[in-house]
Design a protein around this ligand. Structure first.
Ligand SMILES: C[S@@+](CC[C@H](N)C(=O)[O-])C[C@H]1O[C@@H](n2cnc3c(N)ncnc32)[C@H](O)[C@@H]1O
Length: 242
């Protein structure tokens, strides 16, 4: 069985997400608040509010879209969660009303859309919800094919005396897809956390933007706005209307 839908990742990881991924770069919050320049912000794949909550605490009106009810309910239960308007649905479609000064997607979440078609549709819907002087910010990794040997992904990400965490997956280079599982092994227990992505290089993202009537304004290697280069492993890309 390989059933995997928009909500699979969030529904399986919701119970451990905050324990595994609570950290964030405070520069990200400063940059996003500045780019919202007093307007409304929309986060795609808002999750449990790792970025949305501190951004909202800075006085930005934050809205969000997420496919997973379990992630959304955790966000709603947190202090400040009631200030964020959340819509359940796919961020390929962006089922919200109105325009935003800032639309953003962080933590490689764009790659959760499993086909090029869906990714292009997302860019088009972002453009439709972006105010004339607004911007779309994406934080993602730069694909590195050296990570996949013989079409395989195999990493031990945590090894302690009572727990092993493995990332195990298969890579389809032609489709730019990785089908993987985070496997958590403890005495007498095995937990599976499926993750399926379609990755894209910055150049392909720029082309998707162009198809949607957007263009790249800036690209940095991190939230401190350091220059992006061919050595960069991550990018923060800022798109605006053409
Ligand atoms: C890696 S988490 C990121 C959460 C949050 N943005 C953060 O930075 O901590 C990805 C989130 O995207 C959501 N997601 C994945 N695919 C989605 C889709 N097609 N439409 C809407 N949400 C989706 C998941 O449910 C999850 O909450």
């Amino acid at each position: 069985m390989n059933f995997y839908s928009d909500e699979t990742y969030g529904e399986t990881v919701a119970g451990v997400y905050d324990e595994w991924y609570s950290d964030y770069d405070s520069h990200a919050i400063d940059v996003l608040a500045e780019l919202a320049h007093g307007g409304r912000a929309l986060e795609l794949g808002i999750g449990t509010g790792r970025i949305a909550l501190p951004l909202s605490a800075k006085g930005v009106e934050v809205h969000g879209v997420d496919a997973a009810a379990s992630m959304i309910s955790r966000l709603r239960a947190k202090p400040g969660g009631d200030r964020i308007t959340i819509t359940q649905g796919s961020f390929a479609e962006i089922p919200v009303f109105g325009e935003f000064a800032l639309v953003y997607i962080v933590f490689n979440t764009f790659f959760a859309l499993s086909s090029q078609d869906e990714q292009v549709r997302c860019f088009r819907n972002v453009a439709a919800h972006l105010s004339r002087d607004g911007c779309f910010v994406m934080e993602a990794f730069v694909p590195d094919l050296n990570r996949f040997t013989g079409g395989q992904v195999n990493w031990a990400t945590k090894v302690t005396t009572d727990e092993v965490q493995l990332d195990v997956g298969q890579h389809d280079a032609a489709a730019q897809r990785v089908i993987s599982q985070k496997v958590v092994l403890t005495e007498g227990d095995v937990r599976l956390y499926p993750v399926q992505i379609r990755y894209a290089w910055p150049s392909e993202l720029d082309l998707m933007a162009q198809l949607a009537g957007l263009r790249l304004r800036e690209r940095w290697s991190n939230w401190k706005r350091e220059p992006f280069s061919s050595e960069s492993m991550h990018h923060i890309s800022i798109y605006q209307h053409e």
